[in-house]
Design a protein around this ligand. Structure first.
Ligand code: SF4
Ligand code: SF4
Length: 383
């Protein structure tokens, strides 16, 4: 039996997808290098040449972005600590509304790496067992729910437990301001435990395609839910379909495309692999759900990249891209970041709600968005 590749290289669109994913991953590497040079400046205590901080690093702070989004929804305010994160988040949400969970298979660097590992794993497994490994439903479904539990935890904590003043207090806090530094050093000075966890995820992804994305990524869970709003869907014409099952075999998300008339799944990433695997012309297509008009495959590539560039471009042009944390404040954060904490658990959040509400009631001068350092005590928790 001939092996079905998830990415059919004979089809131009899969090559475009690969190029877009690679360029986006290289952009992330570039951001990482720029941020490394910025940390060198901080490490020198400000004595070496200054290297500016790349704002795109905000895109790697999804919790902070989700909180900024909540603040933006409630007040219309764009928080100045990590504004680029909010615009990147808005771009990803918008592309999910238009093209489903397309971020995962077109731009996300983790999705890209998972896909490469999955391709490698499938080659090895196919050579050994001459078939794909698929988890039985009774294991797959409970595991898939884990990412929703993680998402539910974050959404409940931010949208239901925190008051708007405590969200603002968190965003103003030194913990959030230094979140980029903390995230960087989490990977740069990686602990043995974190290395074991990442290594295990890597190994599991070799045997189970997209292990992280499929079971654990709360961002993917959010985009999967948002994707139900999308007016576009993969649709199969049951009349011309010859029931060969090649679309199912090509689907990296294991969706039974060959049995569906319309793919309605939170796992569909609009990768188009199923369409490219179908041997019968005009049988599988991406279409508008209501009008049934066909959407060309190139439109997704152009659409996804355009949405990302336009929304982040609006952030840049409107002056909401670079944060306004000064060099001096970053140098202070660099020295003190290990002492910064965040509220953990319901009680700590309620305490933060109380403290931040009373600060707003009794100390209105503290609520100046640029006056970060006055608020440093709010989230400084004892380790
Ligand atoms: S259904 Fe098609 S477009 Fe959706 S994930 Fe599977 S292969 Fe990709
Ligand atoms: S690949 Fe095409 S013909 Fe084969 S089962 Fe899927 S939709 Fe039908």
């Amino acid at each position: 039996m001939k092996k079905i590749a998830n990415r059919n290289r004979e089809k131009g669109i899969q090559n475009y997808r690969f190029i877009i994913q690679t360029l986006f991953a290289l952009l992330c590497v570039w951001i990482g290098i720029e941020f490394y040079l910025f940390t060198n400046y901080l490490k020198s205590g400000g004595s070496s040449a200054f290297h500016s901080r790349p704002a795109g690093v905000d895109g790697f702070l999804p919790i902070s972005s989700l909180m900024s989004f909540y603040l933006f929804l409630k007040t219309g305010e764009i928080h100045p600590a990590h504004p680029a994160g909010l615009f990147i988040f808005l771009a990803i949400v918008l592309m999910s509304i238009v093209f489903g969970k397309s971020f995962c298979s077109w731009l996300c660097p983790v999705g890209y790496i998972s896909e490469l590992i999955g391709d490698f794993g499938e080659k090895v497994i196919y050579r050994l067992f001459h078939k794909k490994i698929t988890l039985p439903k009774y294991i797959d479904y409970p595991l898939r729910s884990l990412k929703y539990l993680l998402l539910g935890f974050f959404v409940y904590s931010i949208f239901f437990l925190m008051t708007i003043s405590s969200v603002r207090a968190f965003l103003d806090s030194p913990y959030n301001q230094a979140a980029d530094l903390k995230m960087y050093y989490f990977f740069a000075d990686i602990s043995r435990l974190a290395l074991i966890v990442i290594g295990s995820l890597f190994l599991l992804s070799v045997f189970i395609r997209n292990f992280w994305c499929r079971f654990l990524c709360p961002y993917g869970a959010l985009l999967g839910l948002i994707s139900f709003l999308s007016p576009t869907r993969i649709q199969r014409n049951p009349v011309s379909c010859i029931d060969c099952g090649l679309c199912y075999k090509a689907c990296p998300s294991g969706i039974k495309v060959d049995k569906a008339k319309t793919v309605l799944s939170d796992e569909c990433t609009s990768c188009l692999s199923c369409i490219d695997a179908c041997p019968v012309a005009d049988t599988l297509n991406l279409k508008f759900l209501v009008t049934k008009n066909k959407i060309s495959k190139k439109s997704i590539a152009i659409g996804v990249v355009s949405i990302f560039m336009v929304v982040t471009g609006i952030g840049m042009i409107s002056g909401h891209w670079q944060n306004d944390i000064t060099k001096k404040e970053y140098l202070i954060h660099y020295r003190n970041m290990n002492s910064y904490g965040h509220p953990t658990g319901t009680e700590a959040i309620q305490k933060l709600n109380k403290e931040s509400d009373s600060m707003i009631l009794y100390q209105p001068e503290v609520n100046k968005t640029n006056d970060y350092m006055k608020k440093t005590e709010i989230l400084k928790t004892k380790k």
